[in-house]
Design a protein around this ligand. Structure first.
Ligand SMILES: [Zn+2]
Length: 286
């Protein structure tokens, strides 16, 4: 590998490992791409007043490493700023851009046209087969959701759905991703796998499984106090019934891309949740 390319790879990897604009899953996609384990990736950059320069830096580092990309127009996104007395306040936090990045123009076109992102053929075939099946029974649908959660736990670096839990290509790919990311961005790699564990009070915002397609509940929760100055949203799949507005005393364990929530105590429902937004989001049904 020429030295100039090595230096450009290091600078880009340094940026990816620490940039505020990227979610962890997108760091993995990008690091796998520059380790030549993926032909293309699709990622999102969140730009706020605190990291205005990061879009410029990102594109500059990509260009120096001869990585091609197309970028969407900016769109606004909101974040929760306050949760009090069942009122969830949101505000415009900044803008986000969607990027399609690839190691060549041909790879970029293949990714956009044929979804070629370097996933194993056995898993791609199974995924498309699954899409063509008639709607799942509530029990099968619930099992599918649990399967995806277990995949996230077992394979922290795999972001697609494997054809089976024991897929040997997926197992090898997870190991190759892990060692490449450890080499390119060791601080991020260690922080990501170490994860964290903390206690919090969580408010039940809504339940995704109210449609009758599933058994049990899939709740979205928000912490009642900010952690690292942000209100994090969490997900909980359970057979326990918690009415919307219930507060849960919980222990949250985050590691890799999996999250486990243990509920110690549920405080009865107070009232319905009101979301205060500055303006309705474009394209969102009321
Ligand atoms: Zn497979």
């Amino acid at each position: 590998m020429p030295k100039e390319r090595d230096r450009a790879t290091d600078r880009l990897a340094g940026f990816i490992g620490s940039a505020k604009c990227l979610e962890d899953q997108d760091r993995i996609h990008l690091l796998a791409l520059i380790a030549d384990l993926k032909p293309a990736a699709s990622v999102v950059l969140h730009i706020t007043p605190q990291n205005l320069d990061e879009k410029y830096h990102f594109e500059n580092h990509l260009a120096q490493r001869h990585i091609v990309f197309v970028v969407s127009k900016p769109r606004t996104f909101e974040r929760i700023t306050n949760v009090r007395n069942d009122v969830v306040r949101w505000h415009d936090a900044g803008v986000y851009y969607e990027y399609h990045v690839a190691r060549s123009k041909t790879a970029l076109i293949a990714a956009k046209k044929r979804n070629e992102y370097g996933y194993p053929q056995c898993c791609v075939t199974a995924f498309h087969h699954h899409l063509k099946q008639p709607p799942l029974t509530p029990r099968a649908a619930t099992q599918r959701v649990r399967f995806i959660h277990n995949v996230r736990k077992r394979y922290p670096f795999i972001t697609y759905i494997p054809h089976a839990m024991g897929c040997s290509t997926t197992q090898k790919l997870n190991e190759r991703y892990s060692s490449a990311i450890k080499r390119l961005a060791s601080t991020f790699w260690a922080r990501y796998l170490r994860g964290e564990r903390y206690r919090a009070k969580l408010l039940v915002l809504d339940d995704d499984f109210t449609t009758g397609h599933f058994v049990g509940h899939h709740y979205h929760l928000v912490s009642l106090a900010p952690a690292r100055r942000k209100y994090y949203q969490h997900e909980l799949i359970t057979t326990c019934a918690y009415p919307i507005g219930t507060t849960l005393d919980a222990t949250i364990r985050i590691g890799g891309q999996s999250e486990t929530i243990k509920v110690a105590r549920a405080h009865p429902r107070r009232t319905r949740i009101i979301h205060l937004r500055k303006h309705p989001l474009l394209g969102r049904k009321k």
